[in-house]
Design a protein around this ligand. Sequence first.
Ligand code: IPE
Length: 254
Amino acid sequence: MIIVKLGGSVITKKAIPLTINRKAITQLATTLKESRLPLIIVHGAGSFGHYNAGRFRIDSGGEISNPEGIATTRESMLRLNLSLTKILQEFGLNIYSFPPIALYRDGKLEHHANKVIKEIMRINLIPLTYGDVMLGQKGFRILSGDVIVRDLALLLRPERIIFASDVDGISQEPRKKTPILNELDQGMMPKLSFSKVRNDVTGGMENKVLEAMRIAGHGIDVFFTNGLKGDQLMKALRGEKDGGTVIRGFNHEN
Ligand code: IPE
């Protein structure tokens, strides 16, 4: 099994509030279908959830108690989820979509999630969930799709993880347009710089790389690939070279 995170930067037009990137989703759907791989898909928020979370000043820091903010942000995520589900379905990907609260209790992935996901996949349905405003241990919080990916990875131990965004991978200094790294390891982390992103309440690429490093520390390979480029995404899905930047799985105890 392979877990794919479809970043908000691919499936939405980040600069235009509440607008999907239909062309990109169509392209993604084609590649995901062609891969014929057993997939779990998690999607991000882009100009839907991040836009509304920003508008109501909801951030990923602490407990959120603004009912209008929560309701509006969630409604926009449901809309994005429905649009994505529809297009994936049109391309023959049979999606079983659910909010992450179906798998969590007290902010932690329940063991029962293992069975739920496996049963969905057993009959060739594709589980699809997303970053959301969700009940944690103490009140409501933003749960990033990246965290869901990490939680699922540790529970289900997939073959590999793919983070698809709108860039070709990780570069050491994106502002200076240094080349994309083929491989990234822990030792290189302090040398990386990340460009600040607007309209992102969950920490942008820096947070993704940190989550990815945690996942890789459990022996699972993680790829950062360009979801807008079919060839590159296909290589990453198959675990081949030139699929973007890979963080090879390692054992963090060592
Ligand atoms: C954020 O999810 C969820 C909300 C803001 C409700 P992500 O952090 O996974 O979204 P992207 O991929 O960065 O857009």
